[in-house]
Ligand binder design. Sequence first.
Ligand code: ADP
Length: 706
Amino acid sequence: MVRIILVICSVALLLMSALYILVEYFSFKEAEKSKVSTLAVVIASNSSAALAFQSSEDATEILGALRADKYIKAACLYDVDGKVFATYPKNLNHQALPVKPREDSYFFKGKFIEGFQSVKQGNLHLGTLYIKSDLGGLYSRISFNILVAFILILVTLGVGYLLSNVVQRTISQPIIALEQTAKSISEKGDYSIRAIKTGNDELGSLTDAFNTMLNRIEHQNYEIIQVNRESSKLAAIVESSGDAIIGTSSELLITSWNSSAERMLGFTSEEMMGLPVSIILPREQLNLEAITDKLKSGEQLEPIETYFVTKNKELVDISLTISPVKDQVGKVIGMSQIARDITHQKKTERKIVENEEHLRLATQSAELGTFDLDLIAGTMLWDKRCRELFGINHQEPVIYEKDFVKRLHEEDRERIIKETEATFDKGLTSGIYDVEYRTVAETDKRVRWVKAKGRVFFDPHDKPIRFIGSVLDITRQKQDELRKNDFIAIISHELKTPLTTIKSYIQLLLARAQKETDAFGMNALTRADSQTSKMASMIKDFLNLARIEEGKLVLVKEIFDVGILMDNVVSEANFLSNTHDIKVDYCKGFKVNADKEKISQVLINLISNSVKYSQPGTSITVGCAQEGNRLKIFVSDEGVGISPGDQIKLFTRFYRVENDKIKTVSGFGIGLYIVSEILKYHDTKIEVDSQEGVGSTFYFYLEALV
Ligand code: ADP
């Protein structure tokens, strides 16, 4: 900068000086010319008399006056004939003078100015004056001017140098600081650096402008980084997506093709770039031109179910979502097409339709009614047959309370509600529903027996969401069963009398064998007696079952001591089986009003179950506990226990738990049913506490009498 200032000053001064010297040169020359001509005119007019009188002395003297001007180097007077008449200096060699005079004129010749001036008297030409003046004054003046200009330039440059140093400090330094800031930003790529403002002048404004520019660059840089980050994220998502993502231009040419598209269609990205999308989505199948128009008009499109044509000319079922790709001003410049492979879903749908048809045919031929409960939406769908079986003839949507609960037979209602609720508890039933109950038709009150089977579906939090099942009319089956019950009742009744007689004779014989100390007879008859008791107990169960089924169970109540009854039952049980340690706990003196024989049957059934379902050698406790005015009677064992799901169904007829541990234990599944029914007749109920692998306690309450 200093250099620039100095060069500019120098050039300006040089130009100015040169111009000045040039002007000086010409004006000095003109001045010299006019001085010489004036001098010549004066000398010429003074010399006219000397020429007229031909006095060379006078003429020489007049010329001698030129001495006063040191630059006049030569002069002469020519006479009228052109001969040299007088010279200056006096003895000047005539060779140095022009040979002839000329017309009046003044001219520059080398370092001299020369001139001719005619000498006249009136109009009479007397001669000519020649004058020669040295231009030495001019050159010494020019030399002086050049010297002055040189000194001036030197002084100016010196002052300029000093000034520019000061100026540099105020102007250059902020600029240098700006330059350094710019340099370190470009080296480090750190756009948070800012230039320091040194004042409020133009340079301060420049620093502000520079910093504002940096702010904008930093902001834009941040935005670019964000955009890059977003777009690389997006690119990664597109690449890793399981869906085929294909970009097309507004001319429907392919512009992008992800790896899932490659996998789904068999074409590579390189193969497809720039090709029309109709290769994989034939026009007759999907009018993409029309779709483009719709997108351009701002319409939103729902996913379309269609198919792709692959490289191998196979068809792939897809769900296609088409969205517009817009430029910065919102103009649609292409489309993005996201395709999900739904081949599997489509196959499943077709399979479902087939299965539904099979199911429909099967339910139709089996006369099965079906129900479908959406537990989230709270809707119940019953088909025609199901409505028939519940005896409802309206076509309105079915309501749980009005159409299901109310149509259940009074005697089955509570049990079925309980079992239905238990089905919704995944932990209890695993969602399996298998029940039998009676329905009473709304219109003609016809009673039907139905068997309902179903399944509850749960969400991941085990919340029931759907309950689907079927209902089958088993009224005829039930009638057959009733007939069978009658048959069992008759047989049991017929067997009971001879069995009682046999038992009496065995006991007579046993008494005699005891008397005669017949060891073999005693042993054989004791066994025969025990087997007869078991048989009698079974026949009692069958008789009770038949009576219960027919609703003909009659109680004969009496007040008796439970402790005594228990002692008898337990000693009978110990007599029948000696594999377990059966004991009675705190039962002495508690009296109840009940059917002694039937309560005894209840206890026998519970004890015989405990014997059947626990390991030999474990103990079984039969006991009482008074709770207020109620007496709790229980039978407790250390057996296999019962799962919560089975506990609910245990008291239904013919229900037997199916598991590996007890599969070899024989039984009919009626013992607990009879227990439950007998206790219902006593206005109480059987309950159970059980844990698998730990044991079970069956208990019931009777009113305690003091
Ligand atoms: P069963 O003739 O099968 O014994 P029950 O009606 O007496 O018929 O019992 C029904 C089912 O209940 C049995 O199959 C058995 O699995 C279960 N059960 C009854 N009592 C017990 C018990 N004390 N311990 C374990 N399981 C029992």
